[in-house]
Design a protein around this ligand. Structure first.
Ligand SMILES: [Zn+2]
Length: 525
């Protein structure tokens, strides 16, 4: 059987150094994001060519066009053949008709930033070292169950994630389509200072307590770093380029580069010199793979924008937010530049009313039976005041108002409940919360739907195949009970999920069950 590959067509303008850059950067790097390694999952094998028509729904195509009422979406095999008004459609003989009257059809959702294997406690890595590919598949299955037909893993153990990705793309398991970055280039693995450094490994810290043999730590770190770890920081730019080209040949679908550090200080320092960053950028471009950045400071964001990535991960999150007039002017000019260049942004740490209400009303006395969860909430409460909430929402609104193109990227991942409460977004739920938080901040519902579908595909060079409900596209679709273009909370009201033309039996998912977590439990549980 032939493998069907999704070809990307994202071809931004040729790279030129930004105006504030040094002459050193006047190196033309042609950006051409071509085919990624991500294969579409084949439909369940059948002997006849499957032809299915969804009839009577309102189609929200995510192209920017107005919703089409009483439409017929005709699917043949993996692809959408046509999207037409019902009364103008003659269905070919033998078409299986699914009545979708009163329903709403959107493209399948895309989460541009997940971690399929991640639960940062030392015990997790020790206990599940042999099960990471299975956990990745389970996470991708939970993702699909909750409407994510494609997810991009931006930090994880490369080989294990590739195994999971390939099992899914070969059709061995039904799960969300997975794209993989592997390491965040330059950072260390889970036991490195970048992720554990500020936590007490002697056993007293809430999240990272415990002691793990150094041999296990380095083994786990190596799974993440996979040849693209901190050793790059000591290399010449030329060596950096060669090393990352070799890394890309291992098969990741995209490259995520740490322009700033992560977790090592009150202000995250820069990681790479400008020439090294340019070498990384060019290597990704030569390999035809999307390039994205990890930044936690204003200056690292400036460095990132200057090499023109396709996507900025969490560009709105800064260890020290811009406060002075000059810093604010810099942010404004960066926002204008991001918009002008058409770079996608995946905002993170989206404030959510429901979560804030929990922080404000949390009463330890009421939660005596759940002391560990109580401890997590209490440890966060000081940083979650009403004032800080308002400040975070206002900062987010600056990004919304700027008109830069958003994708939805959540950082969500699985939970090993026996090792303590999840420390960030829970897989299967967080994408809804992020979209709702954007809506609460004033972003129009239709714009959010587009961010969660078309923009996600575009940011990864997959716009040819994914992201909209249009003839020729892969039939990744959600059938909803209510209209998400008036209220994104309606994206939770999933009636059916189609992936590559196949109706997903959501009741069976996940079929791989290494961990147990409940995406439908009310936050924080
Ligand atoms: Zn990141």
């Amino acid at each position: 059987m032939t493998r069907q590959t999704i070809h990307g067509t994202l071809r931004p303008a040729p790279w030129r150094p930004a105006t504030w850059r040094h002459d050193l950067l006047a190196v033309a790097v042609g950006i051409s994001v071509g085919a990624t390694q991500a294969d579409a999952q084949r439909p369940v094998p059948t002997n006849v060519a499957t032809r299915v028509a969804l009839v009577g729904a309102t189609v929200i195509s995510a192209t920017g066009a107005a919703p089409m009422h009483d439409a017929t979406v005709l699917i043949e095999g993996r692809r959408i053949v046509s999207v037409t008004p019902r009364n103008a459609t003659v269905l070919p003989k033998g078409t299986r008709v699914i009545d979708a009257t009163g329903k709403f059809i959107t493209p399948g959702l895309i989460d541009a930033n997940v971690h399929l294997v991640l639960m940062i406690t030392p015990e997790f890595y020790v206990k599940y070292e042999e099960r990471m590919a299975d956990i990745a598949v389970q996470s991708a299955q939970v993702a699909l169950k909750y409407g994510l037909t494609t997810v991009m893993d931006s930090w994880g153990p490369l080989d294990e994630l590739l195994k999971a990705r390939n099992r899914i793309s070969r059709g061995e398991v039904v799960a969300s389509r997975v794209l993989v970055a592997g390491n965040i280039v330059g950072l260390g693995g889970p036991f490195s200072p970048y992720f554990m450094g500020t936590y007490d490994l002697r056993g007293t810290d809430l999240r990272y307590g415990g002691w793990v043999h150094p041999m296990i730590q380095s083994r786990i770190n190596a799974m993440w770093e996979a040849g693209a770890g901190p050793e790059l920081l000591a290399m010449t730019p030329e060596e950096v380029g060669d090393t990352i080209s070799a890394y890309l040949r291992k098969g990741p679908d995209f490259l995520k580069v740490a322009v700033s550090a992560h977790g090592i200080g009150p202000v995250e320092p820069l990681m790479f010199s400008t020439p090294a960053l340019v070498a990384l950028r060019r290597a990704a471009s030569d390999a035809g793979k999307p390039f994205q950045t990890h930044t936690f400071s204003l200056e690292s964001l400036r460095e990132a924008v200057a090499v023109r990535p396709q996507l900025l991960q969490h560009p709105n999150v800064m260890s020290v937010p811009p406060t002075t007039a000059r810093q604010r002017r810099m942010l404004d000019s960066l926002l204008a530049e991001i918009k002008r260049l058409g770079i996608y942004s995946a905002p993170l740490m989206i404030p959510l009313d429901a979560q804030q209400a929990v922080y404000e009303s949390w009463n330890v006395e009421d939660r005596r039976r759940d002391p560990h969860l109580a401890a997590v909430i209490q440890s966060r409460q000081p940083g979650m005041t009403r004032e800080s909430f308002a400040a975070r929402r206002e900062a987010l609104q600056t990004w919304i108002r700027s008109g830069v193109k958003f994708v939805i990227g959540t950082d969500q991942g699985p939970e090993a409940a026996e090792l303590g409460p999840v420390v960030w977004g829970r897989m299967g739920r967080r994408h809804f919360e992020v979209m709702e938080g954007l809506q609460e901040a004033g972003m129009p519902a239709m714009d959010i739907v587009i961010a969660a579908t078309r923009h996600g595909a575009e940011a990864y060079g997959l716009a040819d195949s994914l992201g909209t409900v249009q003839a020729g596209k892969v039939a990744d679709l959600l059938v909803l009970d209510a209209d998400p273009s008036v209220d994104v909370r309606n994206l939770r009201r999933i009636h059916q999920v189609f992936k590559a033309g196949t109706l997903v039996d959501r009741t069976l998912l996940p079929t791989v069950r290494v961990l147990q977590w409940d995406p439908e439990a009310k936050w924080p549980r």
